[in-house]
Design a protein around this ligand. Structure first.
Ligand SMILES: [Ca+2]
Length: 348
C-alpha cells in the first residue's frame, strides 16, 4: 500500500510538471499544406515548423502543395533536407492553381557547386514525380491516432476540398469527410479577411474549394485573416544577419529571390502556423459560421454552435509573435548537413 501511494505521488508530480511545462506536452502532429512559391512567408513558416520540431513542440508528418509548379516540391525537399528531415513525404496537387514559375523556388533548387552537386541537396527533382497530394493526405490521416492531427493550410483549399470528396481506398475504408472527422483535431488556415474585408488571395484563387472547406469541414477551423499577418513585418535585417551561420541558406536565398532586397514582408502564413502549435499566442473571435461569397469575400456570423473562429492579435501579441517567428525561423538545424559543412567558409 505504501509503495502504491508513493508511486501515485510521483505520478501526480509528473503530471503537474507536464501541465506547467510546455516542453513536456506531446508534440503537435502536423501536416503543412502550402502554395510554396507564391510568397516567401510560406518558406518562413516551413523553417519555423522545423525549429518547433527540434524543440519537441511539433512533428511534421507531410507537406502537401497547392501551387502546381514543378519547382515547389524540389524546393521544399531541399529545405527539409537542410533541416535534416529529407525523408518527410511531399504530396503535389494535380491540375492545380498558379502554375507560374517562381525564382524563389527555381533558383535555390537548381543552383549547383562547381563540382556539379546541389548547393541545397535534395532527391525530389521535379514535382511531377511527387505523389499526388490527396492520396498522401489519406495515407497520413489513416495512420494517425483519432482526434489528434492538426493541418495547417496556408495556400488554396484545393487539396483539402478534394480530401473531403475522396472515396475509400487502400489507406482507409472511410470516405474523406469521415476520415477527417475522425482524425483531425484542428484546421489552422491563413485565409480571408475579418470581420470583413476585400477578397483575400488564398480564398479568391480557388473560390469553390474555399466554399466547400468552410461549409463542410467536419471539425473546428481557426483562420488567420489578412489583417493579422499584414501588421507583422519580417525585418530584412534579420535575413541579412540571422541566417549567416551557413554560407548558403535556403530560406535566406528564397527571401532574396522573391523580391528586391531589402524589404520587410508581412508574415501571414507564419501566424496560422504559430497558432497551430502555440495557440496562446493569439486571441480568438467568438464561435461562428464562415461563408465565402462568389467574389471570394469571407463573411463571419457569430453562432454558439459554430465551429469556425478567426484569429485576433493585440499589438502586444503581434510584437511577441514577430519575435517568436524570427527566433524560430532563424534557428539553425540540429545538425548541419555534411555538404554545407564541407563547403563552409567565412560568412560573407
Ligand atoms: Ca501561402
Amino acid at each position: 500500500m505504501h509503495s502504491y501511494n508513493k508511486l501515485a505521488r510521483i505520478q501526480c508530480v509528473l503530471l503537474l510538471c507536464c501541465a506547467l511545462t510546455p516542453l513536456c506536452a506531446a508534440p503537435v502532429r502536423l501536416i503543412f499544406d502550402t502554395d510554396m512559391g507564391n510568397d516567401v512567408d510560406d518558406a518562413v513558416a516551413l523553417a519555423m515548423i522545423h525549429a518547433l520540431e527540434s524543440r519537441g513542440e511539433a512533428k511534421l508528418l507531410a507537406v502537401t502543395i497547392t501551387k502546381d509548379n514543378r519547382w515547389a516540391a524540389p524546393f521544399i525537399d531541399a529545405v527539409n533536407t537542410f533541416y535534416g528531415r529529407g525523408e518527410i513525404p511531399i504530396g503535389m496537387v494535380r491540375a492545380g492553381k498558379t502554375p507560374d514559375d517562381a525564382n524563389m523556388l527555381r533558383v535555390p533548387s537548381e543552383r549547383k557547386r562547381p563540382d556539379g552537386s546541389f548547393v541545397y541537396p535534395h532527391d525530389l527533382l521535379d514535382g511531377r514525380e511527387a505523389p499526388e497530394a490527396v492520396g498522401l493526405l489519406r495515407k497520413v490521416l489513416a495512420r494517425e491516432n483519432d482526434g489528434q492531427l492538426v493541418i495547417v493550410q496556408v495556400g488554396f483549399s484545393t487539396n483539402l476540398a478534394r480530401l473531403l470528396d475522396s472515396n475509400s481506398d487502400d489507406a482507409s475504408p472511410l470516405a474523406g469527410r469521415d476520415l477527417v472527422k475522425r482524425k483531425v483535431r484542428l484546421l489552422s488556415i491563413m485565409g480571408g479577411a475579418f470581420p470583413e474585408g476585400k477578397p483575400e488571395y488564398n480564398i479568391q484563387t480557388d473560390i469553390p474549394s474555399a466554399k466547400k472547406l468552410f461549409g463542410e469541414w467536419p471539425t473546428p477551423i481557426v483562420t488567420s485573416g489578412y489583417e493579422v499577418g499584414d501588421k507583422i513585418l519580417y525585418p530584412a535585417a534579420s535575413i541579412l544577419k540571422d541566417y549567416s551561420y551557413v554560407p548558403d541558406h535556403p530560406i535566406a536565398e528564397a527571401y532574396r529571390e522573391y523580391m528586391k532586397m531589402p524589404y520587410d514582408r508581412p508574415m501571414w502564413d507564419p501566424t496560422a502556423t504559430l497558432y497551430a502549435v502555440r495557440p496562446s499566442s493569439f486571441s480568438l473571435s467568438p464561435r461562428g459560421v464562415i461563408t465565402v461569397d462568389d467574389e471570394g469575400r469571407t463573411h463571419f456570423t457569430a453562432d454558439d454552435k459554430g465551429r469556425r473562429r478567426y484569429l485576433k492579435a493585440t499589438p502586444e501579441q503581434g510584437t511577441a509573435a514577430l519575435r517568436a517567428i524570427i527566433e524560430l525561423a532563424s534557428r539553425p538545424p540540429d545538425k548541419l548537413p555534411r555538404a554545407l559543412k564541407e563547403y563552409a567558409r567565412p560568412s560573407r
